[in-house]
Design a protein around this ligand. Structure first.
Ligand code: MN
Length: 491
């Protein structure tokens, strides 16, 4: 990071200060505090000058007399493009309902919208910086607003940070937000983590020393540190494991950062020679990176005094990328995506992030009025999911393999319970037909229809099964007490 701002940045601060003059935040502070905080965050992320300037000016078009033309004249095309993008994004968001009112499955639409509108990834990065500062200062808002913003952050912004492999941001956002969404649970889990870390402290020191000595003996240069598990990720993991804390193996984790890939594997060998590795817990994300580009080797071991410890082994570059994700690649290359994107050059993005470019190019084609084959659009972002449409154009996302009844129950259990037929892409179809990406699905209902137990065979999602069983149980209790309910079919 530079010690001194460039003349352009200084000028942008001056312009923003003037534009926001007389405006105040909910905290009572002058409004300029906010753009300046966004500036600082973007600097910490190592973003390029245009992005920082756009961050400083990001609220001026919406909230002040300043125009896009003013910005273009003074700061150039690229900054104007970014500020315009951020403004469009928040206008689009304002037009959307409160995220709570969306079906759980359509919430991704917002994420999708953000990506489609973020012509340049830097627009999303500015938006993330903006949201981070708003979260950090959330306490000044009234409780309902706090909850709303916190929820949206958990469900849209933190996953977005994760998609961009911005690990540090994801953790900070998720924990800041979770505290507002479920304060009691946050406290509870936070205490649990602290307690756990305390009890493991001494043994961790010992392990650090043992591993350190062994690595030194092999002349491997390394840094070792404890990594703190985020409260929100523990919350999510516990939900997945029936709240059984004994099934969470990465509560205590040590991170070892070495010089190169060879040293990563040597280190893994050394750790396994010291402690007993747990079967099935070795994950080589170096050979096979995660979809968001994350690389590291994970292994869980059991120490002599029966502590379960996860090790994460990676190089400095991998670590930098895991913490700062896409922002880190700007730091290294200072790439200007806009220009390259306009020239059609996409190779500057890591291969695993090409979905971003794909989605953006498709969005651009749609805007230019060109025809786009939605089925061909690879939504790697939502792997394992398909997007289907109601006749009105609402997007519903379902897991791959979903059937018309899953769609119907997703809309409403009233609709699900009264299905008599389905039209897919305008043609009559049947309830056994697997839905496909881009299908337009119209459910036909009749008031006289009642749910059938045979429908259990025509359902794929647990959500729909649950709803159907609920109605079946009700009906059988009220009308036909002797009718048997078939056992739930295992997938
Ligand atoms: Mn803002």
């Amino acid at each position: 990071m530079k010690d001194k701002d460039s003349a352009r940045i200084e000028r942008a601060v001056e312009v923003a200060r003037e534009a926001h003059e007389g405006q105040f935040r909910k905290t009572g502070e002058p409004y300029i505090i906010h753009p300046l905080a966004v500036k600082k965050i973007l600097e910490e992320w190592g973003m390029d000058e245009d992005t920082i300037i756009a961050g400083i000016l990001h609220d001026t078009i919406e909230d002040t007399p300043l125009t896009l033309e003013d910005i273009r004249k003074e700061f150039g095309e690229s900054v104007a493009f970014l500020v315009d993008g951020v403004t469009k994004l928040s206008t689009a968001r304002n037009g959307m309902r409160d995220i709570d009112t969306y079906l759980p499955e359509t919430k991704d639409n917002f994420l999708r919208l953000m990506i489609a509108l973020g012509d340049d990834i830097r627009v999303l990065i500015i938006k993330l910086a903006d949201r981070l500062h708003n979260l950090r200062t959330l306490s000044a808002l009234p409780p309902e607003k706090q909850k709303k913003i916190a929820k949206e952050s958990l469900e849209v912004f933190a996953p977005l940070a994760d998609r961009l492999n911005m690990g540090r941001l994801r953790v900070e956002m998720a924990d800041l937000a979770f505290k507002y969404v479920d304060p009691k649970r946050f406290e509870e889990l936070n205490n649990l983590i602290e307690k756990y870390n305390k009890s493991a402290e001494r043994s961790l020191k010992q392990i650090e020393k043992e591993v350190g000595d062994a690595l030194k003996k092999e002349k491997i240069k390394f840094e070792i540190s404890g990594r703190v598990k985020s409260v929100y990720s523990l919350h999510k993991k516990l939900a997945k494991h029936n709240q059984n804390i004994n099934e969470i193996y990465d509560l205590t984790a040590l991170r070892i950062i070495v010089d190169d890939v060879t040293d990563c594997y040597l280190t893994l060998g050394i750790i396994h020679s010291l402690y007993r590795p747990m079967a099935g817990r070795i994950k080589d994300y170096i050979a096979t990176p995660k979809q968001n580009g994350y690389q590291s080797i994970h292994t869980t071991v059991i120490t002599k005094d029966k502590h379960v410890v996860e090790f994460q082994i990676r190089t400095k570059e991998m670590h930098e990328y895991a913490e700062r994700g896409l922002a880190a690649s700007f730091y290294y290359n200072e790439q200007k995506l806009t220009e390259n994107y306009k020239k059609g050059k996409i190779e500057h993005l890591p291969t695993n992030l090409l979905w971003i470019t794909e989605l953006q190019m498709t969005a651009a084609r749609l805007r230019e009025g060109k025809k786009v084959d939605l089925k061909k659009l690879k939504l790697n972002l939502f792997a394992d999911k398909i997007f289907v449409y109601t006749p009105k154009g609402d997007i519903i996302d379902l897991p791959k393999g979903a059937l018309p009844l899953d769609f119907a129950y997703r809309l409403h259990s009233e609709i699900g319970d009264h299905v008599v037929g389905v039209k897919i892409n305008g043609k009559m179809s049947n309830l056994n037909k697997k839905l496909e990406q881009g299908d337009i699905v119209e459910i036909l209902t009749s008031k006289n229809q009642t749910p059938k137990t045979s429908w259990l065979e025509k359902i794929f999602t647990p959500h729909a099964r649950h709803k159907l069983l609920h109605t079946l149980n009700d009906t059988s209790r009220n009308n036909t007490p002797d009718r048997p309910i078939p056992p739930v079919r295992k997938k």
